[in-house]
Design a protein around this ligand. Structure first.
Ligand code: FES
Length: 81
């Protein structure tokens, strides 16, 4: 029997329609100055609307500003009439 190196779990990024990008997995997040931003949770939501007061994390402000994304793949299908 050989000892195989243990592969870390993959990092998964999930864009949310009209909202943040969810990040699951071990990843180092740095700010614009290159400093590590401490994580308090295993899954974090990164702001992509620019309105968050706690960047780089989402604080829910995207809803208040009516942020919309164009990534149709992450948007549930709307019923046709
Ligand atoms: S994406 Fe949520 S506050 Fe920006």
């Amino acid at each position: 029997m050989t000892d195989r190196p243990v592969r870390p779990a993959p990092v998964v990024l999930t864009p949310c329609a009209d909202g943040p990008i969810l990040v699951r997995g071990e990843v180092e997040i740095r700010d614009g100055a290159g400093q590590i931003v401490p994580r308090r949770r295993a899954t974090v939501a990164l702001c992509r609307c620019g309105a968050s007061a706690i960047k780089p994390f989402c604080d829910g402000s995207h809803k208040a500003i009516g942020f919309r994304t164009d990534d149709e793949g992450s948007r549930p299908e709307e019923p046709t009439t």
